[in-house]
Structure formats: structure tokens, C-alpha cells
Ligand binder design. Sequence first.
Ligand code: ADE
Length: 332
Amino acid sequence: MESCSRADLELGSLLGEGSLGKVYRTRDKRTNEEYAVKVLEKRYILQQQKQASVVQERRLLSALNHPNIVQLYSSFQDDRFLYFVLELAKGGDLGDQIKRVGRLPYELAQFYAAEVVKVLEYLREKQIAHRDLKPENLLIGDNGHLKLIDFDGAKCFAPALQGPPSSSSSRSSSSRETGQASPGQPRSGDSSMTSSPVVPSRRPPAVRKPRSRANTWVGTAQYVSPEMLEDNDIASYPSDLWALGCILYQMLAGCPPFKAETEFLTFQRICRCDIAFPNDMPAVARDLVSQLLVVDPQRRLGSKDMDRLKSHPFFDGVEFDTLPAQTPPKIE
Ligand code: ADE
């Protein structure tokens, strides 16, 4: 995509609303190409002290290049808003798809689970934990393949991809961001955003609030891991494996494993790992879910070695290396 500004885009329907902004369908008037554009209001980001999250999402998306992760084509800003121009995924999200059909066919659940495993393997190589993996953050692209979105809660352990220390994140973001595009894949449209601070630093550096359960965890109740409930800061790669266990269960059972009448009761069920399997869930799927939904993060299948997860009999017959070229199984 060419370098882009607000005037080049015709905004269309609202596609989704995240914690920090809205996503619209959009068209580049110059080329007629369609995209999704995430629009973030600077004033709101400042109010919520989310400058670091926004800068981080942009930095990570720029550095990631995977068929199952939505691509960032360009980012720019005007006086009031920040804009992320993203690959458009037209098929809705996995949560809607599960609601529509009740339970997914076994082969499709296996296919989607394998794609999630591939993404997690890629993120692990990049030393990134997503930490908000859920069906609503797995979009379905034109070709029926999954596309992961929403990296504003992710944690990156790779020094090269880490931002400035959080106490000065908004101030120093612009200089650190220059040149963060994916190696060998310059993204021309990013320049206008790197030339000035992503969010103007009108405030002194944010002082961190004391850590407590109440003010750190901002995820989604159903997919949150026990360690995230304990202390959001310690949650890492294994939290994504927990979420994968929840998603696999939901694809096959039609509802998430720890669903309860209130969020509090859901949290209680999560901490106790209180799961009941539908009688008709195949034993091999139950076994995989049981090995992912383990309270001790270090004992989850894949926490030390993703190959062990890929070798689980649930994935028998799956060719991981050619997944992007495969046609996803159809829903009858
Ligand atoms: N909702 C959030 N991001 C999106 C995207 N890239 N495509 C479609 N819908 C979205």
C-alpha cells in the first residue's frame, strides 16, 4: 500500500469495537482496494494511559508476518485520531461462527486448532505472548483461514521488539519506532506516524498504579488462565495454551468450558479447573483439552516444546507445514 492519509480512505460500516477504538471497513479511493481501519482517539488513549499498549500493538503488527495474523499495511495520524490500516477479514469471527452453527464439525475444529497452534508457534519464536486469545480475536479471512488480531495486551520478551521503558513510553515512542517494519518488508505508509510522537506527550510519564488483580487484568472472563487471575503480569506463553484449550472445547461443545452465571463463578471454576465434557466429545479431543487446561502453566502441553503439542493424536493427519495452502473443511 502507498503511503496513506485520512483523505485517501472512504470509511464504511463498523466492523468491531475494541477496548481502545473502533474498526471500520474502508476503501482506498486511489486503488479501490478494501481494508479494515482501526481508529483510536488520542484523547481517550491518554485518558486511559494506554499509550504504551498502542505503540506496542503497532510495533508488533509491523514486525509480524504470518498468514494467520492480520497484516498491518499502514499507520498514520491526524490531530485527533490514530489510524491502523489492516488487512480486511470478511468472514466475521470464530465466536460468531460457533454461535451460528452450534458446534463445529470435528475436521474444522481440528483445522482451526492447528492454525492456532501454528500462530502460537510463530509467536513463541518471536518471543511474544498474545494473552487475549479468544474466538472474537480470531477472524476468518476470505479464504476461510484464521487471522489473529488485537495485540494491545501482548507481552514481548524479545529486546529488539520491546519498546522503551514504560515510565517514558509516550515520550520516546517516536524515535524508537522508526525502522520497526518487518525485516525485508518495508511498509511505506508508516512514515507519517513515525515522524511525530504517536500520542503527544502532554503529560508527565505515567506513574504505575500498584499491581492488584483489580487493575491489571483486562481480558475476557471465559478464556483467562488461572495465573492471569492471580497476577496478570506473570502471564506468558502458557496462558495462550490455556486459551487454546478453551477455544478447542468451545468449538466442539458449543460453549466455553468454564461458563457460569456470573463472572465470579466463572473465575471460581477456572481456578479449580472445573470442567465437564459433553459425552459425545471424542476421547482424543478431551485428552488434548485436559492437557491444555492444567492449572500449573509449566505443565500445559506445549509449554516447553510446541512439537509435543503438534504431535498429540488429536492432530493425527494434519499437515502443519502446508496449512496455509489447504482449503479449510466446509460446514455442511
Ligand atoms: N475487526 C477487527 N479487525 C478487523 C479486520 N482486520 N477485518 C475485519 N474485521 C475486523
